[in-house]
Design a protein around this ligand. Sequence first.
Ligand code: IPE
Ligand code: IPE
Ligand code: MG
Length: 236
Amino acid sequence: MADISSHPIPRHVAIIMDGNGRWAAARGLPRVAGHREGAKAVRRAIEAAISSGVHYLTLFAFSSENWARPAEEVADLTFLMKHYLRSELKELHEQGVRLLVIGERERFGPVLAAELEAAETKTAENDRLVLVMALSYGGRADIVNAARKAMEAGIPPEELTEQKFARLLSTDGIPDPDLLIRTSGERRISNFLLWQLAYAELLFSPVLWPDFGAADFAASLEDYATRERRFGARPV
Ligand code: IPE
Ligand code: IPE
Ligand code: MG
């Protein structure tokens, strides 16, 4: 049910990490340099989430549509993800971070897919922060997959409720995002969590993702704290 009481700290923050390419271009560097710097911003965001008491952090790292980028950039991104996972997993685990992956991880190949699964298993008992990485993720695909599962399970149409449907999405068990941040000044959803963002507060930051730091994260939470969430109910 809708909850209109105010919660100053969002339980779940989702971020569309955008602007790596423009960050690099502004410096005359190849796009991969922006992605590399973006990985450092991921680390900062995780730390900021932990220290501010956010419990779920979902990061959009690669969309279903990003496969349409040049093969070289896709290879760079895949390499960086693998490298990031290998170099950060130990520390993430020690920090009490639980890793969950949504999206079509198998499209990155069996090696990365298996390492992601092993990381999920290794961190499964951690509960300080749930870090959801959206990799080859598309909101529409998520909804279509859920619809397929409902049909395969033979759920009678009249018995399908929003609650039952949500349980078939890749985000089953994860509360909906309270706050969506998109960096780099773009103001669109780009096929991110279409179902789950129904009542998220939206925040568009002009900062390019590689420049996004603890202060920007804190400012976003401050902005969120001023929002009045009504969920369609009448303000009191
Ligand atoms: C975000 O940065 C990273 C991914 C989408 C993988 P971009 O690569 O989209 O950077 P811009 O938007 O071109 O600046
Ligand atoms: C969205 O950014 C996807 C990620 C940040 C992973 P894009 O840069 O791919 O989105 P568009 O093309 O500007 O909508
Ligand atoms: Mg972009």
